[in-house]
Design a protein around this ligand. Structure first.
Ligand SMILES: C[S@@+](CC[C@H](N)C(=O)[O-])C[C@H]1O[C@@H](n2cnc3c(N)ncnc32)[C@H](O)[C@@H]1O
Length: 230
Protein backbone atom coordinates (compact mmCIF):
# COMPACT_ATOMS: atom_id res chain seq x y z
CA UNK A 1 0.00 0.00 0.00
CA UNK A 2 1.36 3.45 -0.86
CA UNK A 3 0.34 7.06 -0.40
CA UNK A 4 0.97 10.14 -2.49
CA UNK A 5 -0.14 13.76 -2.36
CA UNK A 6 -2.44 15.33 -4.95
CA UNK A 7 -2.29 18.93 -6.20
CA UNK A 8 -4.73 19.75 -3.37
CA UNK A 9 -3.28 20.30 0.09
CA UNK A 10 -4.73 17.73 2.48
CA UNK A 11 -6.01 15.35 -0.24
CA UNK A 12 -4.11 12.12 -0.95
CA UNK A 13 -4.23 9.08 -3.20
CA UNK A 14 -3.85 5.64 -1.65
CA UNK A 15 -2.77 2.84 -3.98
CA UNK A 16 -3.41 -0.75 -2.96
CA UNK A 17 -2.36 -3.34 -5.55
CA UNK A 18 -3.88 -1.88 -8.76
CA UNK A 19 -6.59 0.17 -7.06
CA UNK A 20 -6.47 3.86 -6.28
CA UNK A 21 -8.67 5.77 -3.84
CA UNK A 22 -8.81 9.32 -2.58
CA UNK A 23 -8.13 9.87 1.13
CA UNK A 24 -7.82 12.60 3.74
CA UNK A 25 -5.53 12.56 6.77
CA UNK A 26 -7.83 11.98 9.72
CA UNK A 27 -8.04 14.75 12.28
CA UNK A 28 -9.05 12.07 14.78
CA UNK A 29 -6.67 9.13 14.69
CA UNK A 30 -8.38 5.84 13.77
CA UNK A 31 -11.90 7.31 13.49
CA UNK A 32 -14.27 5.89 10.84
CA UNK A 33 -17.24 8.24 10.40
CA UNK A 34 -19.54 6.47 7.92
CA UNK A 35 -17.98 3.03 7.62
CA UNK A 36 -15.12 4.18 5.36
CA UNK A 37 -11.84 2.30 5.54
CA UNK A 38 -9.15 3.81 7.75
CA UNK A 39 -5.51 2.98 7.12
CA UNK A 40 -2.31 3.81 8.93
CA UNK A 41 0.76 4.85 6.96
CA UNK A 42 3.91 6.12 8.65
CA UNK A 43 2.08 6.46 11.93
CA UNK A 44 -0.67 8.69 10.50
CA UNK A 45 -4.32 7.73 9.97
CA UNK A 46 -5.95 8.25 6.57
CA UNK A 47 -9.66 7.87 5.76
CA UNK A 48 -10.60 6.68 2.28
CA UNK A 49 -12.85 9.22 0.59
CA UNK A 50 -15.67 7.68 -1.44
CA UNK A 51 -16.60 9.24 -4.79
CA UNK A 52 -20.02 7.59 -4.45
CA UNK A 53 -20.71 9.09 -1.04
CA UNK A 54 -19.21 12.54 -1.48
CA UNK A 55 -19.65 14.99 -4.34
CA UNK A 56 -16.39 16.84 -3.64
CA UNK A 57 -14.52 13.53 -4.01
CA UNK A 58 -16.43 12.85 -7.25
CA UNK A 59 -15.49 16.31 -8.56
CA UNK A 60 -11.81 15.73 -7.75
CA UNK A 61 -11.89 12.34 -9.46
CA UNK A 62 -13.53 13.97 -12.51
CA UNK A 63 -10.77 16.55 -12.92
CA UNK A 64 -11.55 19.48 -10.63
CA UNK A 65 -8.66 21.89 -11.23
CA UNK A 66 -8.66 23.93 -8.06
CA UNK A 67 -10.10 23.35 -4.60
CA UNK A 68 -10.64 26.48 -2.52
CA UNK A 69 -11.12 24.34 0.62
CA UNK A 70 -7.60 24.15 2.03
CA UNK A 71 -5.77 23.77 5.35
CA UNK A 72 -6.83 26.73 7.51
CA UNK A 73 -9.96 27.57 5.47
CA UNK A 74 -13.07 28.88 7.17
CA UNK A 75 -15.94 27.02 5.49
CA UNK A 76 -19.71 27.48 5.65
CA UNK A 77 -21.20 24.12 4.62
CA UNK A 78 -24.90 24.16 3.65
CA UNK A 79 -26.71 20.80 3.54
CA UNK A 80 -24.42 18.95 5.95
CA UNK A 81 -26.71 15.90 6.38
CA UNK A 82 -25.15 13.47 8.88
CA UNK A 83 -21.63 14.76 8.23
CA UNK A 84 -20.17 12.36 5.64
CA UNK A 85 -18.49 15.00 3.47
CA UNK A 86 -18.26 17.47 6.36
CA UNK A 87 -15.89 15.02 8.05
CA UNK A 88 -13.48 15.09 5.10
CA UNK A 89 -13.72 18.88 4.86
CA UNK A 90 -12.89 18.93 8.60
CA UNK A 91 -9.82 16.75 7.90
CA UNK A 92 -8.65 19.09 5.11
CA UNK A 93 -9.09 22.42 6.92
CA UNK A 94 -7.44 20.91 10.00
CA UNK A 95 -6.98 22.47 13.41
CA UNK A 96 -6.43 26.00 12.07
CA UNK A 97 -9.65 25.95 10.02
CA UNK A 98 -13.33 25.72 10.89
CA UNK A 99 -16.46 24.22 9.32
CA UNK A 100 -19.82 25.77 10.16
CA UNK A 101 -22.14 22.92 9.13
CA UNK A 102 -25.81 23.82 8.49
CA UNK A 103 -28.48 21.12 8.31
CA UNK A 104 -32.22 21.58 8.80
CA UNK A 105 -33.28 17.96 9.29
CA UNK A 106 -33.13 17.20 13.03
CA UNK A 107 -32.74 13.48 12.26
CA UNK A 108 -29.59 13.97 10.10
CA UNK A 109 -28.33 16.66 12.43
CA UNK A 110 -28.23 14.20 15.34
CA UNK A 111 -25.26 12.37 13.80
CA UNK A 112 -23.70 15.69 12.81
CA UNK A 113 -23.84 16.95 16.38
CA UNK A 114 -22.35 13.65 17.55
CA UNK A 115 -19.53 13.99 14.98
CA UNK A 116 -18.79 17.53 16.16
CA UNK A 117 -18.24 16.23 19.68
CA UNK A 118 -15.06 14.51 18.46
CA UNK A 119 -13.92 17.32 16.15
CA UNK A 120 -13.38 20.78 17.55
CA UNK A 121 -13.30 22.40 14.09
CA UNK A 122 -16.96 21.54 13.30
CA UNK A 123 -19.73 23.85 14.51
CA UNK A 124 -23.08 22.11 13.87
CA UNK A 125 -25.99 24.44 13.15
CA UNK A 126 -29.51 23.01 12.99
CA UNK A 127 -31.17 25.64 10.83
CA UNK A 128 -32.68 26.35 7.42
CA UNK A 129 -30.03 27.65 4.99
CA UNK A 130 -32.67 29.93 3.44
CA UNK A 131 -32.44 32.18 6.49
CA UNK A 132 -28.78 33.00 7.09
CA UNK A 133 -29.61 35.84 9.47
CA UNK A 134 -30.88 33.23 11.96
CA UNK A 135 -27.46 31.63 12.31
CA UNK A 136 -25.23 34.62 11.53
CA UNK A 137 -24.60 35.16 15.29
CA UNK A 138 -23.04 31.67 15.46
CA UNK A 139 -20.62 32.34 12.58
CA UNK A 140 -17.83 34.37 14.09
CA UNK A 141 -15.43 35.89 11.58
CA UNK A 142 -15.29 35.90 7.78
CA UNK A 143 -15.97 32.89 5.58
CA UNK A 144 -13.48 31.88 2.86
CA UNK A 145 -15.67 29.28 1.14
CA UNK A 146 -19.41 28.61 1.09
CA UNK A 147 -20.05 25.00 0.02
CA UNK A 148 -23.61 24.08 -0.82
CA UNK A 149 -25.26 20.70 -1.41
CA UNK A 150 -28.94 21.15 -0.56
CA UNK A 151 -30.77 19.68 -3.59
CA UNK A 152 -33.47 22.34 -3.59
CA UNK A 153 -35.27 24.10 -6.48
CA UNK A 154 -33.94 27.49 -5.32
CA UNK A 155 -30.30 26.43 -4.89
CA UNK A 156 -28.81 29.52 -6.52
CA UNK A 157 -30.91 31.89 -4.42
CA UNK A 158 -30.03 30.09 -1.17
CA UNK A 159 -26.34 30.15 -2.08
CA UNK A 160 -26.33 33.84 -2.93
CA UNK A 161 -28.16 34.81 0.29
CA UNK A 162 -25.40 33.10 2.28
CA UNK A 163 -22.58 34.52 0.18
CA UNK A 164 -23.99 38.02 0.63
CA UNK A 165 -24.29 37.52 4.37
CA UNK A 166 -20.89 35.98 5.11
CA UNK A 167 -18.48 36.67 2.23
CA UNK A 168 -16.56 39.50 0.65
CA UNK A 169 -14.66 40.21 -2.57
CA UNK A 170 -12.40 37.27 -3.36
CA UNK A 171 -14.27 34.65 -1.30
CA UNK A 172 -15.23 31.37 -2.94
CA UNK A 173 -18.42 29.39 -3.42
CA UNK A 174 -18.80 25.76 -4.46
CA UNK A 175 -22.20 24.38 -5.34
CA UNK A 176 -23.28 20.88 -6.26
CA UNK A 177 -26.22 21.65 -8.56
CA UNK A 178 -28.78 18.87 -8.81
CA UNK A 179 -30.62 19.49 -12.09
CA UNK A 180 -33.60 17.27 -11.32
CA UNK A 181 -34.41 19.10 -8.08
CA UNK A 182 -34.79 22.29 -10.10
CA UNK A 183 -36.55 21.14 -13.27
CA UNK A 184 -37.68 17.61 -14.05
CA UNK A 185 -37.98 17.94 -17.83
CA UNK A 186 -35.46 20.38 -19.41
CA UNK A 187 -32.10 19.30 -20.74
CA UNK A 188 -29.65 19.23 -17.80
CA UNK A 189 -27.08 21.56 -19.40
CA UNK A 190 -29.75 24.24 -19.80
CA UNK A 191 -30.71 23.89 -16.13
CA UNK A 192 -27.07 24.21 -14.99
CA UNK A 193 -26.57 27.23 -17.30
CA UNK A 194 -29.66 28.93 -15.91
CA UNK A 195 -28.62 28.48 -12.27
CA UNK A 196 -25.11 29.68 -13.03
CA UNK A 197 -26.41 32.74 -14.87
CA UNK A 198 -28.42 33.69 -11.76
CA UNK A 199 -25.19 33.65 -9.74
CA UNK A 200 -23.18 35.49 -12.41
CA UNK A 201 -25.81 38.23 -12.46
CA UNK A 202 -25.07 38.76 -8.74
CA UNK A 203 -21.34 39.20 -9.31
CA UNK A 204 -20.04 35.65 -8.89
CA UNK A 205 -17.51 34.59 -11.50
CA UNK A 206 -17.35 30.96 -12.63
CA UNK A 207 -13.97 29.36 -12.06
CA UNK A 208 -14.82 25.77 -13.04
CA UNK A 209 -17.64 23.36 -13.88
CA UNK A 210 -17.32 19.62 -13.41
CA UNK A 211 -20.00 17.06 -14.26
CA UNK A 212 -20.26 14.40 -11.54
CA UNK A 213 -21.30 11.40 -13.69
CA UNK A 214 -21.05 8.47 -13.25
CA UNK A 215 -20.84 8.99 -9.46
CA UNK A 216 -23.89 11.28 -9.30
CA UNK A 217 -26.43 11.56 -12.11
CA UNK A 218 -27.51 15.00 -13.36
CA UNK A 219 -25.17 16.91 -11.05
CA UNK A 220 -22.58 19.56 -11.75
CA UNK A 221 -20.03 20.95 -9.28
CA UNK A 222 -19.54 24.64 -9.93
CA UNK A 223 -16.80 26.71 -8.31
CA UNK A 224 -17.28 30.48 -8.28
CA UNK A 225 -15.42 33.50 -6.96
CA UNK A 226 -16.97 36.67 -5.56
CA UNK A 227 -15.90 39.31 -8.08
CA UNK A 228 -17.71 42.36 -6.68
CA UNK A 229 -18.05 44.21 -3.38
CA UNK A 230 -21.13 42.69 -1.78
C1 LIG B 1 -27.72 15.61 -0.69
S1 LIG B 1 -27.89 15.78 1.01
C2 LIG B 1 -26.31 16.35 1.54
C3 LIG B 1 -25.22 15.33 1.61
C4 LIG B 1 -23.97 15.89 2.28
N1 LIG B 1 -23.61 17.16 1.70
C5 LIG B 1 -22.80 14.95 2.17
O1 LIG B 1 -22.13 14.93 1.12
O2 LIG B 1 -22.49 14.28 3.14
C6 LIG B 1 -28.79 17.28 1.13
C7 LIG B 1 -29.02 17.72 2.55
O3 LIG B 1 -29.44 19.07 2.53
C8 LIG B 1 -30.40 19.26 3.56
N2 LIG B 1 -31.15 20.48 3.23
C9 LIG B 1 -32.01 20.65 2.18
N3 LIG B 1 -32.50 21.90 2.21
C10 LIG B 1 -31.94 22.53 3.26
C11 LIG B 1 -32.05 23.84 3.80
N4 LIG B 1 -32.86 24.74 3.23
N5 LIG B 1 -31.35 24.15 4.90
C12 LIG B 1 -30.53 23.22 5.48
N6 LIG B 1 -30.39 21.97 5.02
C13 LIG B 1 -31.08 21.62 3.92
C14 LIG B 1 -31.20 17.97 3.54
O4 LIG B 1 -31.89 17.76 4.76
C15 LIG B 1 -30.12 16.93 3.27
O5 LIG B 1 -29.61 16.43 4.47
Amino acid sequence: MSLRSTQFDGVFIVTDKDREALATKSLVRGQSVYGEKVITIENESYRLWSTRRSKIAAAIKNGLESLPIQPGSRVLYLGAASGTTVSHVSDIVGERGIVYAVEFSPVSARDLVFLAESRENIVPIVEDARYPSRYAPLVTGPIDVVYQDVAQPDQARILYKNVRTFCSLGSWAMVAIKARSIDSVSETKRIFDREIMTLQDQGLEVSSRVNLAPYERDHEMVTLRVAVDL
